[in-house]
Unconditional design. Structure first.
Lengths: 187, 345
């Protein structure tokens, strides 16, 4: 397997292919700033929960970099690229937000919140944005390193798959998150 | 190709695959109306255990049964535990998987598959891939979810729940019923089981995060993938998702038609168990396996008249079935779809 691009996002910093992006905000604001500065054309971002925003902006920066470097076209439907992600905490941050809407004296469960109480939604958001009709999958693992044999065996089992947006996308609170996501090629 | 060394189900219909099969073929269900369980604001139909179950204990009980029947050393380095679940043990998905693995003295990091309602099929696919690439020799695959106020309220907010026993693919269908269960299988590189898992496929619709694609895009691609290398006439039965929502069943029928499977007998089980979330893919696969072994496709409980644009070979009565291959398909939130093909004998 070969990594063509990599991004690492913490609440204070963004490293894209090893180079730091200059940013003003931190935490949740950092994600919104990334969206406004580098994306800007996908208002569904504002409906997403923190975990999905994290994975979404990470993928956007990676794919923009890929487009600049390799001249490839985005947004054409394709079935040769998977989206495979993992974390430890599943969707706990949004789960707690949803729980607050059904606790105590308040009861106003919102379908818009409930749908994000599944960690795989972030892979769906990336697939929808990019028209990726291959595999999307989410795993709960102890560490990021545990994802590698899963990605490798996914490639081995799928002749049609050539690459994947794959990596760790973890969020336990609004301002506690970490993503390390790559574009990985089978060959 | 990997082989099933053992399987079991622990559900409101009983303990063990055989007990569950006997209940299904006798048209029994634990589905009933609950007025205020989980302090629900509205009554809801569900298939629940009589008493609240501990998530880890349910998983361990299932795993104990299959590990014993498979006669494997579950503490060995070449065994991995794979858990399929959507909400785990009170929102924690990793700790229960670690607790289960520890119970068996297994020191490999367990893998949790959390791909919404397709998790149970995805977990089997993940196991198959890891076994075929030589990482492990045996995989104990467990599917488990227990119902809760969290889940009930969420589906109520979606207005996805029916106010009556669900009617998969029926013209009068009004939504899904919730369920809870646990099921487990041991998949192995050892060629000593009757059933083998021949292929699996996962595809996203790339359409919407909570509604299925109107053209059944992802589901159709999964079916096409798992049909590769065999004839439609080889397929004894197709075990569907069939949640009884307006959109899912319509989409599924389209996908089935696009794949040329409209003549294959349909096994639709949500009328017996409700939607058991992370357990569904494992539980329903096992019941489909029993159906082929016993030569009977169980009645599509809740179905009476066709309510989808494309019809399929579905009936409200038990029917004879012939053949040795089955396809199991599921869809889920996030636009996910998954299918597997299994073969007997």
């Amino acid at each position: 397997m070969r990594i063509s691009h990599e991004i690492e996002i913490t609440p204070e910093s963004v490293l894209l292919d090893g180079r730091s992006l200059a940013l003003e905000g931190t935490g949740e604001c950092l994600l919104t700033e990334l969206y406004r500065r580098y994306v800007g054309d996908y208002p569904k971002f504002y409906k997403m929960d923190t975990l999905s925003r994290l994975g979404f902006v990470a993928s956007e920066l990676l794919l923009q970099r890929e487009m600049e470097d390799e001249g490839c076209v985005r947004f054409a439907p394709r079935a040769d690229r998977a989206v495979i992600m993992a974390n430890r905490s599943a969707s706990i941050k949004n789960d707690r937000d949803y729980e607050a809407t059904i606790s105590g004296d308040t009861y106003y469960p919102s379908p818009a919140l409930f749908v994000y109480t599944l960690p795989n939604i972030v892979t769906g958001e990336i697939a929808i944005r990019n028209h990726y009709m291959a595999e999307t999958a989410f795993y709960i693992l102890e560490t990021p390193a545990r994802l590698e044999p899963i990605v490798a065996s996914t490639f081995a089992a799928n002749p049609a798959l050539q690459s994947a947006i794959a990596g760790w996308c973890e969020c336990s609170e609004a301002n506690r998150y970490y993503a390390k996501i790559q574009i990985i090629w089978k060959n | 190709m990997v082989y099933c060394l053992a399987h079991t189900i622990i559900s409101p219909l009983g303990d063990g695959s055989q007990a569950n099969w006997e209940a299904v073929v006798a048209n029994r269900t634990a589905m009933r109306l609950y007025s205020d369980r989980f302090e629900s604001v509205e009554p809801f139909y569900a298939s629940l255990f009589e008493e609240r179950q501990d998530f880890v204990s349910l998983c361990v009980r299932c795993a104990e049964q299959v590990v014993k029947e498979a006669a494997i050393d579950a503490s060995a380095r070449d065994v991995v535990f794979v858990l399929s679940t959507t909400k785990g043990d009170e929102l924690d998905l990793l700790s229960p998987a670690q607790a289960v693995a520890r119970c068996f003295g297994n020191s490999n990091a367990p893998i949790v598959v959390s791909n919404a309602c397709t998790s149970g099929v995805c977990a089997q696919i993940t196991a198959m891939r890891l076994l075929e690439s030589g990482v492990y020799r045996h995989a104990v695959v467990i599917g488990c979810d227990v119902q809760s106020r969290f889940i009930v309220s969420g589906f109520q907010s979606f207005k996805a729940l029916s106010d009556e026993a669900c009617r998969p693919f029926d013209a009068e269908r009004r939504g899904l019923n919730l369920g809870e269960a646990a099921a487990a299988m041991v998949w192995s590189c050892d060629a000593r089981g009757e059933w083998c898992l021949e292929s699996g496929s996962i595809h996203n619709d790339a359409n919407h995060i909570s509604g299925p694609s109107r053209t059944g895009e992802g589901a159709w691609r999964c079916l096409a993938d798992v049909l590769a290398g065999c004839e439609v006439s080889d397929i004894a039965l197709l075990c569907v998702h069939g949640t009884a929502t307006l959109y899912n069943d319509e989409m599924e029928a389209i996908a089935i038609h696009r794949a040329g499977l409209e003549g294959v007998p349909i096994c639709a089980l949500k009328g017996y168990y409700g939607h058991t979330m992370g357990a569904a893919g494992v539980l329903e696969t096992i019941v489909a396996m029993k159906a082929v072994e016993e030569g009977t496709v169980p009645a599509a409980k809740g179905y009476a008249t066709c309510g989808t644009t494309y019809g399929m070979n579905i009936a409200p009565t038990n029917r004879c079935v012939q053949g040795g291959k089955i396809i199991k398909m599921l869809s889920g939130f996030g636009g996910t779809n998954a299918a597997i093909r299994l073969s007997c004998g």
